[in-house]
Ligand binder design. Sequence first.
Ligand code: FDA
Length: 382
Amino acid sequence: PSAFDLIIVGAGFYGATIAERAAELGKRVLVLDRRPHIGGNAYSENESETGIEVHKYGAHLFHTPNEAVWNYLNRFTSFTDYKHRVYTSLRGQVYSMPINLGTICQFFGRQMSPDDARRLVAEQAAEMADRIPSNLEEKAISLIGRPLYEAFIRGYTAKQWQTDPRDLPEYIITRLPVRYNFDNRYFNDRFEGLPVDGYTAIFEKMLSSPNISVALKTDYFALRDTIPKTIPVVYTGAIDRFFDFSHGELGWRTIDFETEVLHTGDFQGTAVMNYADESIPFTRILEFRHFNPERDYQTDKTVVVKEYSRSASKLDEPYYPINTPSDKEKYLKYKQMSENEGNVFFGGRLGTYRYLDMHQAIGAALKSFESEIAPRLKAQQE
Ligand code: FDA
């Protein structure tokens, strides 16, 4: 490690962005990842039997309102014109998500104008009147009324959290988007698409500089003691682990994926089908071929992945921060400790205990590179 100017723990979007920027400055960078591949959670691979690109850690849809991030990423890939849409299965019917005028008309069985629908939802939400919601269910009813809540939110949320929504805190949801028009695009962002050659190719390109060395299957903690204290480290692993869990573990939810190759050319006609019924144990089914309709995939087989959500133990992949008040308190303590680690920069979703979309991870990395890391690397020279 002493031959490098910068060590980066984690080859996800945060780490890869910092590595690429530092290599551009002529710095020698070592990127470590304990997994056997680059790309972090955005990693994808072609399923061996069908060649269909599968996002190994859950569906990854790229979208951003941030033109600087969009332009930056376009140096390493071009994007298809894929626009994400999500449907939900409920009691044998299919509705479009997020809840929009089409969903509302279909659910209540009649044509409504935007104002009719607004009035109806407001009347139904009035059930909560001036009561302050004390749990997730009450909060959701105060936002969209009981019928829509019970149909589209209750079962799905119960499965996501493996908890009755009446026992979940109200602060988990601050808003439930309802669109009073027929727009069923999932994202509102100006820029959206999927990488033409897949996600992993982006990382191969970002890390292709001869100034960058990548060590896979390498855990930072196995090397930590051999790294001279003078070399700056960008750490995108879990912040609680960095400090040996001294204030306890931060809570995460994880997902179990059940992948199957089916002998049909098209299983569900769309990429993502949510399952709102509580009696169905999985939360959704992904059918990966539909992310890339422009590709020439074989038409007699398809890959589907069922997702099951549950809370994570230390051995599981951490996916979504749970963020209870006690988690928040612990995180603040770790954050304070991290401020005393002069030469270690904490970043990314695990390093800051935050859910970050890809564009946010890249945006945060570009910003931290400019404001903190580049100045430190330049100071090294002097
Ligand atoms: P990321 O987790 O990608 O990378 C961190 C890396 O550090 C990992 O590869 C890990 O192995 C490595 N590491 C950790 N500890 C280490 C150690 N001790 N030693 C060595 N290496 C170590 N975003 C979006 O924009 N659109 C989407 O549709 C989705 N979908 C989505 C689905 C699911 C299920 C999840 C969980 C997340 C998403 N995301 C998303 C978010 C996206 O995955 C996220 O923005 C990026 O992964 C963030 O990149 P990071 O580099 O911060 O972390």
